[in-house]
Design a protein around this ligand. Structure first.
Ligand code: PHE
Length: 338
């Protein structure tokens, strides 16, 4: 038995010298030290030798086992270290390399201006509302006191779809929808797309408006002036000269158009302002009693003002752009500048 053990030890220790990799080392370890290994089965045979010899043989088995285990573990540690070393080398990151450039998207300039307009009015307590872009003749015209023979209804200006349907030509129909659904006091802002058959350097068939209106008991033209002045001074600059000029809209009475001083020539008169020194930025007025009648509001009890802002126009003035079509070509060289 002892001879067999020494034999095994010698064979094992010489075999170890030829092990070249982790897999072979694990296989070796398992074959010699595992539950089905030679040393394990010899331990089981201990019972068949004379009791007096058992302790010595048992100890010898353990010594051999310990020696083999130590050697093979040492070998394994070496293999595992080498493996990890290699993996770390492969995963090495060069922190001195320049970063990769990822193009950053931004909001479209029209969206930026819309957001800013809505934000200024939210600050004054206006709540946002929306309406459909496909409207009926009633909401777009009739309820807004635009009679059947009004030029705004002309096929030249409006995209008619079929029957009663059309693409809304302004955001004013949202006034009607909100007033039908809610009772005063109201402070509402309604941003959205509108459509007109028009196309040149200052007109596109689709553009954006922000409608606003306020209805309560005893709202005056003074409130309209105060709110719109605060808005324009916040949007452009605190000391921007502005003026209210009498105008006409079927759905407001009295009506006004609001101008800011020409941003190109600072009021001296130039090609852009056609020599006047002023640029129109919005239409407004006191809501017409006929409009209140259409939504069953008591025009004796309630008054209100409304206004409509053309967003492309504001964006052109703010950013100094002279061709509205640039907004819709989506040339990234243009869009990146905002
Ligand atoms: N709807 C008008 C337009 O598109 C603007 C406007 C809105 C005027 C509200 C007065 C009151 O030109």
């Amino acid at each position: 038995m002892k001879d067999r053990l020494l034999q095994i030890e010698k064979a094992a220790l010489s075999e170890i010298l030829s092990i070249k990799n982790k897999e072979a080392a694990l296989e070796f370890k398992n074959r010699h030290l595992g539950r089905k290994g030679e040393l394990t089965s010899l331990t089981k045979e201990l019972g068949s030798i004379p009791p007096a010899e058992r302790p010595a043989v048992g100890e010898l088995i353990n010594t051999i086992r310990g020696k083999i285990e130590e050697r093979v573990n040492h070998l394994l540690t070496g293999f595992l270290n080498a493996e990890r070393e290699q993996r770390l080398r492969a995963e090495k990151v060069d922190v001195t390399l320049p970063g990769r450039y990822l193009p950053l998207g931004k909001k479209h300039p029209i969206t930026q201006v819309m957001d800013e307009v809505v934000k200024i009015f939210s600050g004054m307590g206006f709540a946002a509302a929306e309406g459909p872009e496909i409207e009926t003749d009633y909401y777009n015209f009739e309820a807004l006191n635009i009679p059947k023979d009004h030029p705004a209804r002309d096929m030249q200006d409006t995209f008619y779809i079929s029957g009663d349907y059309l693409l809304r030509t302004h955001t004013s129909p949202v006034q009607i929808r909100v007033m039908q659904a809610q009772k005063p006091p109201l402070r509402v802002i309604a941003p959205g797309k509108v459509y007109r058959r028009d196309s040149d350097v200052t007109h596109t068939p689709m553009f954006h408006q922000v409608e606003g209106f306020m209805v309560d008991e005893s709202i005056t033209f003074g409130d309209l002036k105060g709110v719109l002045s605060a808005f324009l001074h916040s949007l452009f600059r605190e000391d921007m000269p502005i003026r209210f000029r009498p105008s006409f809209f079927p759905f407001t009475e009295p009506s006004a158009e609001v101008d800011i001083q020409c941003v190109i020539c600072n009021g001296k008169g130039c090609r852009v302002c056609k020599g006047s020194g002023w640029l129109e930025v919005l239409g407004a007025g006191m809501i017409h009693p006929m409009v209140f009648k259409a939504v069953n509001y008591d025009a004796e009890k309630f008054t209100g003002f409304a206004f409509g802002i053309g967003i492309e126009r504001i964006a052109m003035l703010k950013f100094g752009i002279d061709d509205i079509r640039l907004f819709f070509e989506n040339d990234v060289r243009f869009l990146r500048q905002f």
